[in-house]
Design a protein around this ligand. Structure first.
Ligand SMILES: *[C@@H]1O[C@H](CO)[C@@H](O)[C@H](O)[C@H]1NC(C)=O
Ligand SMILES: *[C@@H]1O[C@H](CO)[C@@H](O)[C@H](O)[C@H]1NC(C)=O
Ligand SMILES: *[C@@H]1O[C@H](CO)[C@@H](O)[C@H](O)[C@H]1NC(C)=O
Length: 739
């Protein structure tokens, strides 16, 4: 169905039948002489009566017509979707041309699309011109440099723009013509898979449970419902029945490519592979290590970790998916199992938490054969991994700060050996029934994992539900075979590698200063009353908070997405702009309220504009990144690119979008809110901030930094964010108006 979308069997019949009746009515040969032509080469007419010849000919030409219609529709839709003017239309007023355009998009979108239906109709990410990118770059660093530094940078940029740039750009253009996306394959490889440092904390991120709802306190039961819900999602995904994601009131489809590797996949550490050949292959540095994503098209089990032991649990019995209560039964069996871990087994997963190269070497040396290979396969080829954690975590109203911080840290790194960090995602269920996810980053970005998680959370307490005692609904199975305990033979030398990986990982984990706080004073509702975009409002508040926190501005990263284009992933919005800085200064100095408000308005507009440009392929950073990769392939040294790519992002931010608001009834059940997710610190002396706007009145912030930096303190920054939010809202003097 996806292959012929927007065509369908029904459409096929309609086209062929109407084509043939038209010809019959007009007394024409429906095969347009095709049969006669074919008859000259192959003797077909001998076996067919004239009537069947007409029918076969009619069907053949009708099919051709149908395929042509599909192709035309796809290409027209692609052209329509390449236009992004709607984004810049002022809020609230929709002009006639946009309405007409939307109508056309709707007509050419076809009906009942499935997850991958639009893949062939999505436009390609365009390569911006060197001149534009350089200009935008200079503008973005202006507030962060004094005159002298800026002049130097301007010189470097101009030199690049004139000399090396055009040559690199030429190669990049070449790539953009044949590749489906000129950034994504390089981004995946160079940013994620080639990294040799630990992926735990540095790259993996987490998603949290409900904040105030505890559907059950029975660990196995929570796991039962959650695992079942995830398996239901997988089934929907395998049948491509998940609805594509849209922007703008369900009109404009986004790319779905990132869903392909959600299940049955693991990242595998690599040593000097010769894979991933690229166009400049010949000049590649030989012997670089890169990880790979290993995807199985068949995986009927999950892998479960509990107290140092690994289990393989089949998800199907009697040819059907296990029901929640049956999964609970399996989990309870694991919890009841009192066996000791085998030597080296308990901390085995620390290998996935430490440096990649020792892991790759250990994997090749100790896990390539026999028992160990079988057991490792059971983990890596599982649909996904589950940890039945032996700690308790939960939001505690009497101790909100400590309880949430510990919960977040547990999801982000745990004990460093109790999550399989290479897996696309780990479901973590704590001893008292709270849960969460830890997701690997190379295969997809947070919105994709978020989509799965929203599905799980919306099914769990309401649709699947629990009995009064807190068990899953249904009956245990009388003769279900138990989980399979994996067996290992891990030699002492390998245990040493595990220990040293664990030491590296622990140092990293202990350094994470995590702070989660629900901001309850106001939310999207009030911000909209201020006629400001919520995202811009929060980003500007973050700038104010960061300035108050550190006394200076810093290069800021805000993740946005480019999934309007085929295989698009993310783009950076450099959200510390001249305009926000002007506003922040006005807040620090004594300016009048009117002055501040007007600066705020300008800053918010600027921010939104930058965000839109990033989404429509006119960003700065992915283009520069790709130019850098080309320069490396060509063996050219560019001081400009080198400098740009090594500038640290001292504030790294990301909004977690709520994508399926219809799944949650926030009016009647406002407590059924996900508390969002977060990620580790990106720069040594910087902050990572992730936020989720929940309903109308709540914003959850997840802040991370490193204890080892004297400049940062996540809790202090949290306080500054709260104050900044309140101060900005104050400018609008809403209370006075409403009272
Ligand atoms: C699954 O993968 C195997 C080997 O990689 C391949 O032979 C087989 O055809 C694949 N099956 C499907 C249904 O794609
Ligand atoms: C994952 O494995 C299941 C079970 O074998 C299979 O049905 C499904 O198609 C696989 N999914 C993908 C995306 O390969
Ligand atoms: C775990 O849940 C139980 C009851 O469900 C509660 O009493 C306990 O305080 C929770 N533990 C933590 C660490 O919050």
């Amino acid at each position: 169905m996806t292959g012929v979308y927007p065509g369908s069997p029904g459409g096929f019949m309609v086209v062929v039948v109407s084509y043939m009746s038209y010809n019959k009515y007009k007394q024409l040969d429906p095969s347009l002489g095709l049969i006669a032509k074919l008859g000259q080469h192959i003797p077909i007419s001998r076996y067919m009566s004239t009537d069947s010849q007409r029918i076969v000919g009619g069907v053949l030409v009708g099919t051709g017509l149908w395929v042509t219609i599909i192709m035309v529709m796809r290409n027209v839709l692609k052209c329509l979707l390449s236009w992004h003017g709607w984004m810049h239309a002022p809020h609230g007023s929709v002009s006639w041309s946009i309405r007409l355009w939307m109508l056309l998009v709707k007509v050419f979108s076809g009906r009942k699309p499935m997850l991958y239906s639009f893949q062939n109709s999505l436009p390609r990410l365009p390569v911006p011109s060197i001149k534009d990118t350089c200009r935008r770059y200079l503008e973005s660093v202006r507030p962060l440099m004094d005159d002298e530094k800026y002049e130097r940078m301007e010189g470097l940029t101009k030199d690049f723009e004139k000399n090396l740039g055009p040559r690199l750009q030429w190669y990049l253009k070449l790539k953009s013509w044949w590749a489906s996306n000129y950034v994504s394959d390089w981004w995946e490889e160079y940013i994620y898979l080639r990294g040799r440092g630990p992926i735990m904390v540095n790259s993996n991120y987490y998603a949290m449970d409900f904040l105030y709802v505890f559907p059950t306190s029975i660990q196995a039961a929570r796991a039962g419902n959650a695992i079942h819900a995830i398996m239901l999602y997988r089934r929907k995904l395998d049948r491509a029945q998940i609805k594509p994601i849209y922007l703008l009131a369900n009109k404009i489809p986004l790319c779905s490519a990132q869903w392909e590797q959600m299940f049955n996949t693991s990242r595998v550490p690599g040593l000097e592979t010769a894979q991933c050949e690229h166009m400049f292959n010949s000049s590649r540095v030989p012997g670089v290590d890169t990880d790979t994503l290993q995807h199985m098209n068949d995986s009927k089990h999950i892998a479960v970790y509990h107290k140092g032991r690994f289990f393989k649990v089949w998800m199907f019995y009697d040819g059907r998916l296990l029901l929640p209560r049956e999964i609970e039964q399996q989990m309870q069996r694991i919890l009841n199992d009192q066996s000791e871990p085998l030597p080296g087994e308990e901390k085995l997963a620390a290998l996935t938490a430490g440096e990649r190269t020792p892991w790759a070497k250990a994997r090749e040396t100790y896990f390539a054969r026999g028992k160990n290979k079988q057991s490792l396969d059971a983990i890596e080829k599982a649909a996904f991994c589950v940890t039945l954690d032996d700690t308790e975590q939960r939001y505690d109203a009497d101790n909100p700060v400590k309880s949430l911080d510990s919960y977040a840290k547990s999801l982000l790194h745990g004990k460093c050996y109790d999550r399989w960090f290479d897996k696309t995602f780990n479901l973590i269920v704590f001893k008292n029934g709270t849960m969460g996810l830890n997701a690997e980053h190379s295969w997809a970005d947070a919105p994709i994992v978020g989509h799965l998680w929203e599905h799980v959370l919306s099914l769990d307490p309401i649709k699947l539900g629990y009995t009064e005692e807190g068990h899953c609904c249904g009956e245990p199975h009388p003769n279900l075979p138990g989980p399979l305990k994996l067996s290992w033979d891990i030699p002492a030398e390998c245990q040493e590698v595990i220990e040293s990986s664990l030491t590296v990982a622990r140092a990293l984990a202990d350094d994470v200063d995590s702070h989660i706080f629900p901001f309850k004073d106001f939310g999207k509702g009030l911000i909209k009353k201020c006629r400001t975009s919520p995202d811009a409002f929060i980003q500007i508040a973050l700038q104010l908070a960061q300035y108050r926190d550190k006394g200076k501005f810093c290069l800021t990263y805000e993740a946005s997405m480019t999934r309007l284009f085929r295989e698009g992933r993310t783009e950076t919005v450099r959200s510390c702009t001249m305009e926000t800085c002007a506003f922040v200064r006005a807040m620090i100095r004594d300016e009048t309220r009117e002055e501040r408000l007007s600066l705020l308005k300008v800053a918010a507009e600027k921010h939104q504009n930058m965000y839109r440009m990033a989404m429509t392929g006119d960003g700065i950073d992915r283009h520069l990144f790709c130019l850098y990769v080309v320069s490396k392939y060509l063996g050219e040294d560019s001081p400009f690119l080198k400098e740009v790519l090594s500038e640290p992002w001292r504030l790294s931010t990301s909004q977690t979008p709520m994508q399926q608001v219809e799944l949650f009834d926030l009016v009647r059940h406002p407590e059924f809110v996900s508390s969002g997710g977060g990620f580790g610190p990106v720069a040594d002396d910087g902050y990572g901030v992730s936020y989720i706007i929940v309903g109308e009145n709540l914003i959850n912030f997840h802040i991370s930094s490193k204890h080892s930096s004297p400049e940062t303190d996540s809790h202090r920054f949290g306080g500054n964010i709260r104050q900044a939010m309140l101060d900005i809202l104050d400018l609008f003097q809403l209370d006075k108006k409403t009272k």
